[in-house]
Design a protein around this ligand. Structure first.
Ligand code: FES
Length: 106
């Protein structure tokens, strides 16, 4: 299982193992990481699973599709490395991935 590090806005860090095929959001929820609300359960319709992908990893996590871009556009604190974590499937290529959580989701 790939090891993923979620860093809260406070700086608190959580490194957890997430099964391949699960979303980055599910990995956070299953491990009770604060800051991933995931109100819609992964349907890409709430944008409460927003993360900032560490810039060293953006090539491997890919780009948001059009619908995800529209959801991100509704948020006020996005940057060029913003993603909805429910739309990122965990794969072995993401071993060691680091994401940062926005202050707005606490
Ligand atoms: S969990 Fe709702 S958009 Fe990701």
């Amino acid at each position: 299982m790939p090891s993923i590090t979620y860093i809260e806005a406070s700086g608190e860090s959580h490194t957890v193992d997430v099964p391949t095929g699960n979303s980055l959001m599910q990995g956070a929820v299953d491990n009770m990481v604060s800051g991933i609300v995931a109100e819609c359960g992964g349907a890409c319709s709430c944008a409460t699973c927003h993360v900032f992908v560490d810039k060293a990893w953006t090539d491997r996590t890919g780009e948001p599709d059009t619908y995800e871009q529209e959801m991100l556009a509704a948020l006020i604190d996005t940057t060029d490395n913003s993603r909805l974590s429910c739309q990122i499937p965990v794969s072995v290529e993401l071993e060691g991935l680091v994401v940062h959580l926005p202050e707005s989701q606490f």
